[in-house]
Design a protein around this ligand. Structure first.
Ligand SMILES: Nc1ncnc2c1ncn2[C@@H]1O[C@H](COP(=O)(O)OP(=O)(O)OP(=O)(O)O)[C@@H](O)[C@H]1O
Ligand code: SF4
Ligand SMILES: [Mg+2]
Length: 385
């Protein structure tokens, strides 16, 4: 969608944060006081947030920079857990996300999408590479620093039951992180926050008293989003958040995420299977296969001019809502299974399933190259024109 290309908050840039961000340093501790973003929780309580977002910094700077990220899980055997190999779940991906924008990540099951999300969230410590959030190196932070970091980044997943305790009232689920972090301690202010959050995600504030099983899948996902927002994040990793929902509900949740992004200046990684959904919300989209990015470009460019054979196959297989056009389309069949990430093919990762594969593809790995205008593709055939 072309309207997503521009930073929605560009005109709302407050003067308060025009100063340049300090240079990144591995030695600088990561503390709340240092963060030039945030402060929206106060806004939840003091302002009508629908009219007056209280984001302190919304100038579209590079909020997340990931360099050559690798996550190799050891495969162990026997009583002494001897390491006999590694699952190369993520094997050298690099990307940058501007504040207020969305990077979509698509790919078949097992391609490493969630592992990228979990590394960025620092639920996992990467095997190699570097993660810079707001110009701070967060690759190896732990303890208190990690706790502070998690106030700025949060994750919403496919299964809201995983984050909502069935025995807890919605109010208590939403406030769990707020109470642990002692962000709001006054009971009236806590109740006020829950009311505002429920309204913000399009739910009746009376739902606060109820339990998760009383809600539909879409409503539960909205509650999970409210719970994530309670910590006043700047960045949300959305991992397949609409995959389990009906198509009409999917559209509503995606619409909600887009509205929240505009109102609160949020930045997203949006992981999904459904290419049309990911296209709708994303500024840029990365196509992942066996732990690597095969193609990375703007959302429109990717869908209108896919260059990598894997992207072309994925797009040709995705259903089009117009049945007549859908029937007339030529589909590229993806044959065979995704190879094991323990033992990926030599050369190009995609060579065992690519209809253009030749000898060079089987021996030499193609680098992810800019083939023009920032359109990155990892394919010998494309790079050579
Ligand atoms: N903790 C772990 N230990 C070992 N292997 C893992 C671990 N987590 C993920 N993997 C493996 O890493 C690979 C990538 O997994 P990941 O969950 O990131 O894929 P995905 O693209 O999110 O898939 P899906 O679309 O099914 O969610 C898979 O082969 C998976 O089995
Ligand atoms: S490098 Fe070769 S095998 Fe890989 S996608 Fe391109 S043509 Fe196919
Ligand atoms: Mg996943």
């Amino acid at each position: 969608m072309s309207d997503r290309r521009d930073n929605p908050n560009a005109d709302e840039r407050p003067d308060i944060d025009k100063k340049p961000t300090p240079a990144p340093s591995r030695d600088t501790p990561f503390t709340t006081a240092d963060m030039p973003i945030g402060g929206r929780l106060v806004g939840f309580l003091d302002d009508d947030i629908a009219k007056q977002p209280t984001v302190l910094r919304t100038d579209g700077y590079d909020i997340l920079v990931v360099k050559d990220l690798k996550m190799h899980f050891p495969v162990t055997k026997g009583l002494f857990k001897r390491v006999v190999g590694h699952v190369k779940a993520v094997d050298g991906v690099s990307f940058t996300i501007r504040q207020g924008e969305t990077l979509g990540i698509v790919g078949e099951s097992g391609s490493g999408k969630s592992t990228v999300g979990n590394c960025v969230m620092r639920n996992l410590t990467p095997t190699a590479g570097q993660i810079l959030f707001d110009n701070r190196d967060v690759t190896n932070i732990k303890g208190k620093e990690l706790g502070t970091f998690h106030k700025y980044l949060t994750m919403v997943t496919q299964d809201p039951f995983a984050s909502l305790d069935p025995r807890m009232r919605i109010e208590d689920s939403i406030l769990e992180g707020v109470r642990i972090n002692r962000l709001v301690t006054d009971p009236h202010e806590q109740a006020d926050l829950v009311t505002r959050l429920l309204v913000l995600v399009g739910l009746n504030p009376k739902f606060a008293e109820r339990y998760p099983h009383e809600f539909s899948g879409g409503q539960r996902q909205r509650i999970s989003i409210a719970r994530a927002l309670a910590l006043n994040p700047a960045f949300i990793v959305c991992d397949e958040i609409v995959s389990a929902l009906d198509v009409s509900i999917q559209a509503q949740i995606v619409g909600l995420m887009m509205r929240l992004q505009q109102q609160l200046g949020l930045t997203y990684i949006f992981i999904g299977h459904d290419l049309s959904v990911v296209r709708h919300i994303s500024n840029n989209v990365a196509v992942m296969y066996l732990g690597k990015f095969m193609e990375l470009t703007s959302s429109d460019e990717l869908y209108e001019k896919p260059l990598h054979p894997y992207t072309q196959a994925l797009i040709s297989a995705a259903p089009i809502p117009k049945p007549r056009v859908d029937r007339q389309r030529q589909r590229i069949l993806l044959e065979g299974e995704v190879p094991s990430p323990i033992n990926p093919p030599a050369g190009c990762n995609f060579c065992t399933r690519c209809r253009y594969a030749d000898e060079r593809c089987r021996t030499e790995e193609p680098a992810l190259r800019d083939v023009g205008g920032g359109h990155m593709v990892a394919c010998h055939r494309v790079a050579e024109g």
